[in-house]
Design a protein around this ligand. Structure first.
Ligand code: SME
Length: 315
């Protein structure tokens, strides 16, 4: 089972090693490192400068004290929570697999918040709030309350739970330096996706041809062979995704004029571009489904997250 409780506070407290005038730079690079921080920023609609302004108002003195408070409680808190979660795994519905609890630092205004992602919900407990309210509240009770609130108000989401496991697995493979060959990694990803997600019936990569300008060449794939081994930018769904550099979701391929049919069984399709680190398109993930309207925003975000991992490692 993946770990349901994770501590990210030390990553934030790195801020204390920066002079105050560089806190904005710190915040921006910190946000890039952690998806859940980015989701927080989008959800709260706060601008980076507003967040940094608030942190500066809180000040180094209190952040420093919050850090030492965290050091003081963390060992017991971790072991208590892990004990609770293991002992009461049924009560806390751990087998749902569509949530996790992260300990982090935000602005100290709420004990916890729920951040939705393609992988499920990240329940973030704010150590700064716990510190500000240390005489009134018990951190362990707050974490239990956060989980109980979440499971009482949402129904289990199996698709997100599956995406979470699969994403972690794919991330492990992409970042494993023992896999040296890019096409080998791409092939493993195709196999995993096709095997684990029932409606991913054809999974493949198209790669931008370095010699032929504005042209895609079929790379590793799993599914029926296709005659479309070369696709010009602009042609079909793949070519349009490449020329516009955007993800395409087609709910019903029979209604598309600019579409290249690979199999009569295909009813819907998603194509997600892959970029190099400078933002140039280098390829795409293409998935066909035998059902109509198979792909939603979770598939979209899941596959874009995989594309980002590939950029980091290979392009
Ligand atoms: N349908 C795609 C072509 C690739 S196949 O789906 C494998 C398109 O319209 O670009």
């Amino acid at each position: 089972m993946r770990s349901v409780f994770r501590d990210f506070t030390d990553d934030f407290f790195e801020i204390l090693t920066y002079p105050k005038e560089n806190w904005e730079d710190f915040w921006k690079s910190y946000k890039k490192l952690f998806d859940f921080v980015d989701i927080y920023v989008k959800k709260t609609n706060l601008k980076d400068e507003d967040i940094v302004k608030k942190l500066k108002e809180i000040g180094r003195r209190d952040l420093d004290k919050a850090f030492w408070y965290k050091q003081e409680i963390i060992r017991n808190l971790k072991s208590d929570i892990i004990e609770d979660l293991t002992k009461y795994s049924e009560k806390f519905q751990l087998n749902r697999g569509d949530f996790a609890v992260y300990l982090s630092v935000f602005l100290g205004d709420k004990p916890y918040l729920f951040l939705d992602s393609f992988k499920g919900t990240i329940i973030v407990v704010d150590i700064l709030y716990l510190y500000f309210n240390k005489d009134k509240i018990n951190p362990r009770k707050i974490i239990e309350e956060a989980i109980t609130t979440f499971i009482n108000f949402t129904s289990p989401n199996k698709k997100k739970a599956d995406f979470w496991i699969l994403y972690d697995k794919i991330k492990t493979i992409i970042t494993d330096k023992n896999y040296k060959d890019r096409n080998q990694v791409l092939k493993i990803i195709c196999e995993l996706l096709a095997e684990r997600i029932p409606y991913y019936n054809w999974v493949g990569f198209y790669l931008v041809d370095e010699k032929e300008k504005d042209s895609l060449t079929l790379g590793p794939f799993v599914g029926e062979p296709t005659e479309h081994t070369k696709i010009k930018f602009g042609q079909g769904i793949c070519g349009q995704a490449a020329s516009t550099k955007t993800t395409f979701i087609v709910d019903d391929v029979s209604k598309e004029d600019n579409y290249l049919s690979c199999s009569p069984k295909t009813q819907s399709e998603i194509v997600v571009p892959i970029f190099d680190k400078k933002g140039k398109i280098v390829g795409e993930i293409d998935i066909d489904s035998h059902n109509k309207a198979s792909f939603d925003s979770d598939d979209h975000n899941f596959l874009e997250a995989i594309a980002k991992l590939l950029t980091e490692r290979f392009w």
